[in-house]
Design a binder for this molecule. Structure first.
Ligand SMILES: [Cu+2]
Length: 147
């Protein structure tokens, strides 16, 4: 037969649960801060970052885009109106393309290869994507902001 529960025991248990939740909350915030710092470091350190959350700011009219299986190393490209030269470097095991909708730029690179092309952009937003079947749907797409 179980021992009768005393009210103070219950409230102690509630307190313990509350303390546990607070502890989890602290850990989550620490992880979030650490993750933010890590993302910032990855974005600012090089142009060959291997994550897709990256924003690249074009400063000299040229950008290098890395293609992997199956993602680009950039999601958002910020540039100004005028010619933009893109070098697509394929780090993957299938061919990938860097295709800009509404323009003639349609670069294709075989595995381990790179290819370069230039497109003249007007102010506005363009969608870029890989036209290998299924790749855009899997996330190989992004936006070029021209302003
Ligand atoms: Cu692809």
């Amino acid at each position: 037969m179980p021992a009768p529960r005393h009210p103070w025991r219950v409230s102690q248990r509630l307190l313990a649960t509350y303390a546990h939740i607070v502890r989890i909350g602290r850990v989550v915030s620490i992880l979030a801060v650490a993750g933010g710092i890590g993302l910032f470091a990855a974005c600012s350190s090089s142009s060959t970052a291997t994550h897709t959350a990256a924003i690249k700011h074009v400063t000299n009219g040229h950008i290098t885009v890395g293609a992997y299986d199956v993602y680009f190393d950039v999601r958002t490209i910020d540039t100004s109106p005028g010619p933009l030269t893109v070098t697509l470097v394929n780090h993957g095991t299938t061919y990938h393309t860097f295709t800009v909708n509404g323009t003639t730029l349609n670069l294709r690179a075989d595995p381990g290869k790179r290819t370069t092309g230039t497109v003249t952009l007007r102010r506005g937003n363009y969608t870029f994507l890989c036209t290998f079947p299924g790749h855009a749907a899997a996330g190989m797409r992004g936006t070029i902001h021209v302003s």
